[in-house]
Design a protein around this ligand. Sequence first.
Ligand SMILES: O=C(O)CCC(=O)Nc1cc2ccccc2cn1
Ligand SMILES: [Mn+2]
Length: 262
Amino acid sequence: IGLADASFMGSGSERRYEDLCRNIISDMNQYGLSVVDDFLGMETGLKILNEVRSMYNAGAFQDGQVVTNQTPDAPAVRGDKIRGDKIKWVGGNEPGCSNVWYLTNQIDSVVYRVNTMKDNGILGNYHIRERTRAMVACYPGSGTHYVMHVDNPQKDGRVITAIYYLNINWDARESGGILRIRPTPGTTVADIEPKFDRLIFFWSDIRNPHEVQPAHRTRYAITVWYFDAKEREEALIRAKLENSKTNNLAAQAQAQQAEPDS
Ligand SMILES: O=C(O)CCC(=O)Nc1cc2ccccc2cn1
Ligand SMILES: [Mn+2]
């Protein structure tokens, strides 16, 4: 995986930006994932980290969906959590999020660029015009993890997952917290350390099941998901159909109840 060095924001050289995008295009076509180190440089990375820390310390994060998968017959032990992260969704330019907002703008420009460059292979099949808000996540250490899963298993429109890590001097040997991606089909495994100022991309669908291994140190990450216009459009139409179907069923049920017994 071409570990591109991309503190292009510092040196601001167009050439390095082009090279970075070329690297991402070839990684995404070859591996379905890409790792970019030194994306924004130390100074900007630190501003983002400090902003996230102050959000977290202000108690602005909620528990990620916590589903205990208690096996029915097992003794009532503490349900092992599906995931232990705490999250906060950050939209446009809310107060106190200007550095996260700057990050999402930088990632946007890379994604829109690789999506429109010529000879971009699979990336050319998508038409990326929208993304989710930024999901700021914190694994508070003490073994919190996230089980193996697929981000978009059912064509909800999301095609690229982009994750930016904020963890200075992360050493997985003592802190764990590795993101393990198991690209399918295939037998390879990509173990990615959540290193400071590292940006990764991977296909959001079933091509990339992934997990976060137990983290023993506070682990911050910021994720945005990019939509393909067509897949998103179709997903929204399906959702509307589903919705109207259930509404009709409910209305019918309501009506039946209302009818006097025949
Ligand atoms: O932090 C990492 O290295 C990746 C963690 C991760 O996969 N997070 C995540 C978080 C999610 C939150 C809501 C719905 C789906 C989700 C899928 N994945
Ligand atoms: Mn995920």
